[in-house]
Structure formats: C-alpha cells, structure tokens
Design a protein around this ligand. Structure first.
Ligand code: SAH
Length: 218
C-alpha cells in the first residue's frame, strides 16, 4: 500500500534531504525546490516510510528501482530546464523523476517498457495532480516521433550507446542527458544539438543505473 499522508515529519525529512544533495553540489534552485515539494514516500510502499528520504535508490518491483534523489537532481540540473519546455523521459519507473520535472514547470512525455510499472502509475492518485505528464507504454529506443521534436531528452536507464532515433527527436539547441556504458558503471553525458546539427558531447560523473533494454515487456 502507498502512503497517502504527507506529515510535518515527512516535510522535515525532505528539507534534510535537500540540504544533503545541496552539500553534494546541486545548486539549481528550481531543482532543489522541486525535490522539497515532491513527497517521495508516496512513490514507495509504506514499508519504506522510515527510509524514503534517505538519499538512496529503492526497489519498486519488476527488478526496477526509484532513482536516488541525488541522481534525479543531478540529471535535472544538467538538463538546464526552462518553464514550458517539452521533455522526453525514457524509463518512467516510479514516475518520481517525471514528477520532479513537472514540478519545474515543463511538459513531460515519459515512456516505460514494463507493462506492470506503466499500469501501476495509472492507479497512482498523486499523478492526477500532474496533467502536464503524459505516460506511454513502449520501447524508449523508438522515442515518440509523433510528439517530436523535444527541447530536452532524459534517459534514466543505462544505455550502451547514444540512441540515434532519440537524437533525431531533439530540437536544434536541445539537450540530452544520458548515462552511457554497458557495464555496472556508466558515465553521465550531455549531448547538445548545435545550430548546424552537429553534436557537442560533455562528460560528467559516473553513476550506476539499471540497463536500458530493447522492446516492450508485458
Ligand atoms: N525514472 C525512474 C527510474 C526508473 S529505473 C524513477 O524516477 O524512478 C529505469 C526504468 O527504465 C525502469 O523502470 C525500466 O523498466 C525502464 N526502461 C529500461 N529500458 C527501457 C526502454 N527501452 N524503454 C522504456 N523504459 C525502459
């Protein structure tokens, strides 16, 4: 069962969490405000209530995880989000990252390949507060050509390479943030599509994500 109450204790724990990720180097105020706002314990079973605001990943079923808040903040900061942008997310999972982005004022298009996780989000009451998030069941490698181009693309699973179809769905001047690597550890990269269509690649810290897999799973 999911918790439904956001108490003063939870709010206090969120404040501490935000101070923690600030101490780890996150400076974007809009990212920090979003983390402060979003009740992360709602995304987990109530069994996790005591630990929901620890800066760690947790299991959400189907062998998948809710990302560590620091990682969510790190990717969100690299995206240099501006209000009203269109953002494509690959790997909805718990929908925590999607809600953090929606809280920052963008339109989120998010794709999940696991049917059970996709269906669970349909019943997740909190998400009704976020009509700016559109949920899709499908293979993230294909992106969403119908809704392209996007200002930003965020991949929340480890990709062995940079998926060309997703680069194609990026606007000129748009950015993709993606953990790249086939092993246990990936390198966070930011790809910017320049005015002439060429790609600029920047390399950031190392992270450990679950793998980005091809195809759909029912
Ligand atoms: N953004 C999530 C992180 C979830 S972990 C959160 O905030 O909690 C990564 C997710 O990516 C998993 O749910 C996994 O099923 C999904 N995934 C992996 N490969 C995918 C693909 N090709 N297309 C869509 N989703 C994918």
């Amino acid at each position: 069962m999911r918790p439904t109450e956001d108490t003063y204790r939870h709010k206090g724990l969120r404040k501490k969490l935000v101070q923690g990720i600030q101490a780890k180097g996150i400076t974007d105020e809009r990212v920090l405000d979003a983390i402060l706002e979003v009740p992360r314990h709602f995304f987990l079973d109530s069994a996790f209530d005591e630990v929901a605001y620890e800066d760690r990943a947790f299991p959400i079923g189907e062998g998948q995880t809710i990302s560590q808040p620091y990682t969510v903040a790190y990717q969100s900061q690299l995206l240099e989000i501006k209000r009203f942008e269109k953002v494509l997310e690959i790997g909805t999972g718990s929908a925590y990252q999607a809600v953090v982005l929606a809280e920052m004022g963008v339109q989120v298009y998010t794709i999940e390949r696991q049917k059970n996780l996709f269906e669970a989000n349909k019943k997740f009451e909190l998400l009704k507060k976020y009509p700016t998030i559109k949920f899709f069941y499908g293979d993230g490698y294909e992106g969403l050509p119908t809704y392209a181009p996007f200002d930003k693309v965020i991949i929340t699973a480890a990709a062995p390479d940079i998926p060309q179809k997703l680069i194609d769905q990026l606007k000129i001047g748009g950015m993709m943030v993606i953990p790249v690597g086939a092993g246990d550890v990936q390198q966070m990269k930011r790809i910017t599509k320049l005015d002439n269509g060429a790609l600029k690649e920047e390399v950031f810290d190392r992270f450990s994500f679950v793998p980005m897999l091809g195809g759909k799973e029912s």
